[in-house]
Design a protein around this ligand. Structure first.
Ligand code: ATP
Ligand code: MG
Ligand code: MG
Length: 348
């Protein structure tokens, strides 16, 4: 059978491996770390550094198609692999999503709305831009941020020096604070022939920059629901995208602003495991393998809860709940803020 390669070995890689296996594929992961969530379920683990050309060559040569579960895979690694196997989603999607400035320029270039933003090089420029944005904003590192890491909220010019220092010299972008009513996300897939399937938007609650829960259906009007799907389709088509994409949105009154996009399966799409005949992981595997996309229609109301820094003593109680579906990632160490698993629950 064909082998699907996955760059990155976290929980998303683990759940992609399971989905691939259910469709009869073998999975090879490439992940520098040893005892990672995906290594427990994938058929092969290429454990080597991102700059190990020999290992990347062996990996690319062993795979029929390659994808990623982490958007910060170095371009140099993809250069090596790309000569040996097709990579989906393509390089453009990755380039756009790796840098918040490139990402926002791309989105606004498509005619989509985002928070006001500007790259800032020093504290003076930060103070000036902050004043322009109404005295409030979020300073973010342009690259490598996730789970709210590498972000500082500012509500006064006095905080500019410290905020700039917190970036540690990394290129940064200031975003205006969006007074959103709610956060939603759309998970959508595009196949190689251009067909698009969008899942129902989910409503997301974050705390401390980390996603806590996603609930479907989201509180949205019918036209907002349609807009969200169309907007995702626009992004997918513009990138000539193949695979699953996550789009995070801020809803304010009548408007929807794009917060960011993730060129991969997304934490806020985990509810599809309980709510849809084809979940986001299978949908991604179908798309990159060139199979027909599956039925993404939602057949239940679901709430996904992340188990973050979770006390495993609570697991038996979850296992005995009716209508609850537990997913654990097999992580040994339960550090604060670490995603250990999630629960999908039927609601309503
Ligand atoms: P992840 O990739 O894990 O979703 P991240 O580190 O890339 O997270 P963001 O999505 O940029 O972080 O921000 C995390 C959360 O912080 C958002 O979901 C939102 O709740 C809040 N936030 C970010 N930017 C803004 C903004 N401009 N205005 C208001 N709230 C914001
Ligand atoms: Mg992000
Ligand atoms: Mg985000």
């Amino acid at each position: 059978g064909a082998t699907i390669g996955i760059l990155g070995g976290g929980q998303l890689g683990r759940m992609l491996s399971v989905a691939a296996s259910r469709l009869g594929y073998k999975c090879a992961i490439y992940e520098p770390g040893g005892d990672c969530p995906a290594s427990h379920v994938a058929n092969y683990h290429h454990k080597a550094a991102w700059d190990d050309v020999e290992a990347l060559t062996a990996f690319g040569g062993a795979c029929d198609v390659v994808t990623y579960e982490w958007e910060n895979v170095p371009g140099t690694a993809l250069d090596v692999i790309g000569k040996l196997a097709p990579i989906h989603p393509g390089r453009r999607a990755l380039e756009v999503a790796q840098d918040r400035l490139t990402e926002k320029d791309f989105l606004t270039g498509l005619g989509l709305r985002t928070a006001r933003y500007r790259a800032v090089a020093d504290a003076a420029e930060l103070r000036e831009t902050l004043a322009e944005f109404g005295g409030e904003g979020i300073l973010k590192t342009r690259t490598l941020g996730y789970d709210g890491k590498g972000q500082v909220r500012l509500s006064s010019a006095d905080e500019a020096e410290d905020a700039m220092d917190a970036m540690g010299g990394a290129p940064a972008i200031l975003e205006a604070m969006v007074p959103f009513e709610r956060e939603v996300s759309v998970i959508a897939a595009r196949g190689p022939s251009g067909e698009v399937v969008a899942f129902d938007p989910g409503e997301n609650v974050h705390a401390g920059g980390i996603l806590r829960t996603t609930t479907v259906p989201a509180t949205l009007s019918t036209s907002q629901r349609t807009d969200a799907a169309l907007l995702a389709g626009r992004i997918l088509n513009a990138l000539d995208y193949v695979g699953v994409l996550g789009v995070e949105l801020f809803v304010t009154g009548t408007e929807m602003l794009v917060n960011e996009i993730a060129p991969r399966v997304h934490n806020s799409g985990h509810w599809t495991q309980l709510g849809c005949a084809t979940d986001q992981f299978e949908q991604h595997i179908r798309a990159i393998a060139g199979l027909p996309l599956g039925d993404g229609a939602r057949h239940a109301d679901v709430r996904m809860e992340n188990l973050i820094g979770y006390d495993m003593d609570g697991i038996p109680a979850i296992l005995s709940e009716r209508g609850a579906q537990l997913h654990l990632y097999g992580k040994a160490e339960n550090r604060a803020g670490r995603k250990m698993g999630h629960v999908n629950r039927l609601i309503g």
